[in-house]
Design a binder for this molecule. Structure first.
Ligand SMILES: [Zn+2]
Length: 231
């Protein structure tokens, strides 16, 4: 009876399926390829507008060691010191003279919405996407932008966490002492973690982190941000 009824609607269903298929084909062709660095910049630019004061202050206080005046003993040369740092280290954002003066006078924490500081926030937001998969960036981007982007380009080289085996820590020496955001294992001796690696792995399988207490520190999106090392 049901089959008969279904058969009656069959042409409609076939047509519907065909329409869905055609739509997917069209979407695929409409996909716009974008380099991952460009995609990160687009995302950072749209996210900067949403940054709260507390988030801005946190970035200023923690991410940028060059904002700390104690690194330059010579007061008179502070501006030159900052300019030189920016020139030498390709990863630091370029700042204008007024912003450097703001830092020199230690006024930057009082003005977290000062436009001159935007390059610092932009850099920090881009840096948050270091080592994440192209799929992850693509999903974020396609949520915010109309066209369907296809993110291309090589993911930065990452280190593999010895506990959960995701590529979630810095590569080589950079990853030493890094705390994995997926399982909360600290990449170092077992003593730093107060448990053996075997124990930590078992806990990760059973609890989702190296211990019950660490569950609140892990990144819920971690597993979709980073790739699991299949090797
Ligand atoms: Zn891990």
């Amino acid at each position: 009876m049901f089959t008969l009824a279904l058969r009656k609607f069959e042409p409609v269903l076939v047509l519907f399926a065909l329409q869905c298929h055609m739509r997917n084909v069209m979407l695929h062709f409409n996909m716009k390829k974008i380099e991952r660095q460009k995609a990160k910049e687009l995302l950072a630019k749209s996210r900067i507008k949403l940054l709260q004061e507390s988030e801005r202050l946190q970035i200023l206080e923690t991410s940028y060691y060059f904002l700390d005046r104690s690194y330059c003993s010579d007061d008179d040369n502070f501006e030159e010191y900052i300019e030189e740092l920016i020139r030498e280290n390709g990863n630091l954002p370029t700042l204008n003279k007024q912003t450097i003066k703001l830092i020199k006078d230690q006024e930057y924490l009082n003005q977290p919405f000062n436009k001159g500081l935007e390059p610092i926030f932009l850099e920090a937001l881009i840096d948050e996407l270091y080592g994440v998969t192209n799929d992850y960036i693509e999903n974020l981007l396609n949520k915010e932008e109309k066209p369907n982007f296809k993110v291309i380009g090589e993911v930065e080289k990452m280190g593999t966490c010895p506990c959960c085996e995701y590529n979630s820590i810095g590569y080589g020496e950079d990853g030493f002492c890094d705390i994995c955001t997926i399982c909360f294992w600290e990449n170092g001796p077992a003593s730093a973690n107060h448990m053996s690696l075997v124990e930590a792995r078992k806990n990760f399988q059973e609890l989702g982190a190296i211990s019950k207490d660490s569950l609140k520190f892990i990144d819920p999106a971690g597993k979709i941000k980073y790739k699991k090392n299949e090797a």
